[in-house]
Design a protein around this ligand. Sequence first.
Ligand code: ZN
Ligand code: ZN
Length: 371
Amino acid sequence: MAPNPTRPAGDLPSADPEARRRKLREAVRDARLDGFLVVAPPNVRYLTGFTGSNAILLAAGSAEILLTDPRYRTQAAEQVSCPVEVVRGPLLPAAIRLIRTQRLRKLGFEKSKVDVGTFQELEEAVESRTRLLAVNGLVEKLRAIKSRSEVDLIRRSVRTCSEAYRRAVRKIRPGLREFELAAEIDYLMRRQGADRPAFDTIVAAGRRSALPHARPTHNALINNQLLLVDMGAEQDGYASDMTRMIHLGKPSTRARQLHRAVLDAQLEGIAAVRAGVPAATVDQRTRKTLRSHGLERFFVHSTGHGLGLEIHEFPRLGRGEPACLEAGMVVTIEPGVYFEGFGGIRIEDTVLVTQSGCEVLTPTPKDLLVL
Ligand code: ZN
Ligand code: ZN
């Protein structure tokens, strides 16, 4: 997405689904389509407010229609301001009927969300009357820039995550098993009002911290060990994401130095965040800092990702990402280094991009917590 330097500070998009659907219509027109089929639940939710699990939104010209099944009749009537059609049985044939009666000639669909079976059914049914075009990220790009109320929801999700972490840390002692700590964290997030964890909570001690996406095991925590906790809440639909490092017992010089280097890189990454800056540049900054510590080759993932209704959203803060950051995006900054047989260190915050820089939303201290 091209940077938009003319966007005045604080001019964030509306949280009103109708305003979002107007933006969708513009995007559909700009893509030279006369209709767009939305099947991904977070995209449907963003455009309509509907939180049910089974729905399709068909946007055609200046009107949108939501298709759902009878279980959601009442909920859709309460949540959705555009026309709703309640369909018995599968939704796709009903969507196809609408596509045919509306005589849509060029229909876009979500390239990475429509499976082959759905595509084939669609293609056979619309025959040559409608051209189907796979489009990448049309709604996702609208979603990238958060409204004020979305930022507030993310702030609350971040607070829930940090408060649950603060409470969970008190339970950490040798003998506690990784999965028990993960379960404790999940419970504490729920107790703070989270709908659920935004992803499977990562609790990885000792050597297992070298696995960037480790699953908690039955291993008991022991003294003189690194402990990586990567956690996030989903609250009112919105995600948070944080990684912190703990050391049980006195850390070795190596552990301290590595932590210092990753923190350096993380702070450099944060310092690079500003509206108009290419997302890839932030990634280069963290990489460059780790290089100066001789650690670049141990950094095996990208620097961060957007988040919102999903835990991983556009844009990706990594090599080859063409997008620029824009005010109102919420992204993570999470460099890490991983050593097989020793362990890994990652530090991650959720930050809000602003015109002049960014606001770090995560309040939790970042130093190596020694217990
Ligand atoms: Zn994370
Ligand atoms: Zn993350």
